[in-house]
Design a binder for this molecule. Structure first.
Ligand code: NAD
Length: 349
């Protein structure tokens, strides 16, 4: 399994995406996002997506040089159509617009459609938190709807429908909660398949509704399904997922789960809050820090060394992987090399 420094992996990505027709700045935008996902430990949204996005460009399902367009504009609300470009381009554009609106008017909400796959959702609220705002994201997968079983059902009808929130801290990295409303992201099943290992109990069921740890059962025909978040109280995960469908899919105009098996685009809703329009900034930071100290004061239970705050696992992973490098499994690497061949780029490790 090849291991790359983050910079080497970025350089490989820049070359591939530019050769596939993307502008230099857009290639950097997309590849930096994906490599940061690997650094954060989310291999499901890292270099594994190089081949997926390049194939979509080759098949002309994504437009390499599309420019996002504001199609509805109010003081605190806008709707953006990304014109079928690479997801990270549209999503960064939309989040920057929401930040601008929040800066001026206290709150900025921007819906985004026709943007393909935007990757790791937490990246966008984090962008706002790094500039001192609190932000949230609700993201569906348009009409795609077959991966996640609803509570009580055995057939997949919903998507993983993630949501993410980020809030700044006085000195430390922001809090980042970035989570699917299913037990796990679909990409993590793909990673397990590529790494030829089983998934933990409680993630998926087979097409007959039996619990299984074999990730290939999820991809079988007829397919299995990922379970909704919440285990025995999975009605809460399904409920959240339905609301994400409406916030991300209906408000953006991208559409809601309707049984499609191929995703055209995420449907996105970002909201940014300007803290100073609500409260004094110093008071806010005092409350964040006392809340975190209070939460961390709980004695850890069996199998836990300490209480972590959302986002801490990712920032720690990034420190580790900056030093140790990023492992790209053999199947993912072989997929990247296949796409490189189409682009007449010779990749060696
Ligand atoms: P996850 O379960 O690994 O993490 C969810 C959240 O829990 C994170 O905020 C993490 O910081 C926090 N966390 C993890 N362990 C913790 C601990 N011990 N203590 C405290 N907090 C902890 O993530 P996931 O739900 O499997 O999602 C993985 C990625 O997939 C996310 O980046 C998500 O945005 C992405 N995703 C994208 C799409 C898309 O369509 N673009 C769809 C689904 C998922």
């Amino acid at each position: 399994m090849p291991n790359f420094t983050p910079q080497k992996l970025r350089e490989i990505g820049y070359e591939l995406f530019q050769k596939a027709g993307c502008l230099k700045k857009d290639s950097e935008n997309v590849v930096d996002h994906l490599v940061e996902s690997n650094l954060f430990g989310h291999d499901s949204h890292g270099a594994i997506r190089f081949a997926e996005y390049l194939r979509a460009l080759r098949e002309k399902r994504f437009q390499p040089q599309a420019t996002p367009e504001i199609i509805q504009d109010f003081p605190s609300v806008a709707v953006v159509d990304a014109n079928g470009g690479l997801g990270q381009i549209g999503a960064n554009f939309a989040m920057n617009l929401a930040i601008k609106k929040a800066h001026k008017n206290g709150i900025g909400t921007v819906a985004l459609r026709n943007t393909s796959h935007i990757g790791r959702i937490g990246a966008y609220p984090l962008l706002a938190a790094r500039q001192g705002f609190i932000a949230q994201a609700f993201v569906n997968a348009g009409r795609l709807g077959y991966q996640i079983a609803p509570f009580g059902g055995i057939e997949g009808v919903l998507s993983t429908n993630p949501m993410a929130f980020s809030a700044p801290r006085r000195e430390d990295n922001p809090i980042v909660l970035d989570m699917t409303t299913s037990v796990v992201a679909e990409g993590k099943i793909r990673v397990a398949i590529n790494q030829e290992r089983n998934v933990p109990e409680g993630w998926i069921i087979d097409s007959q509704g039996n619990s299984t740890t074999d990730p290939l059962k999820f991809k079988a025909d007829p397919p299995g399904a990922i379970l909704p978040l919440g285990g025995v109280v999975g009605h809460k995960g399904t409920g959240l997922s339905i609301m994400v469908e409406l916030l991300g899919g209906a408000l953006s105009g991208e559409g809601c789960a309707a049984g499609d098996r191929k995703m055209t685009s995420n449907g996105v809703l970002f909201t940014v809050y300007n803290i100073e329009h609500f409260t004094n900034l110093g008071r806010y930071f005092d409350l964040v820090e006392s809340l975190i100290s209070h939460v961390k004061s709980s004695r850890p239970g069996k199998g836990f060394k300490e209480i972590l705050i959302p986002g801490e696992p990712e920032f720690r992973s990034a420190l580790r992987r900056e030093k140790e490098g990023i492992n790209v499994d053999d199947n993912t690497w072989s997929d990247i090399k296949k796409e490189a061949e189409f682009l007449q780029i010779n990749l060696s490790t």
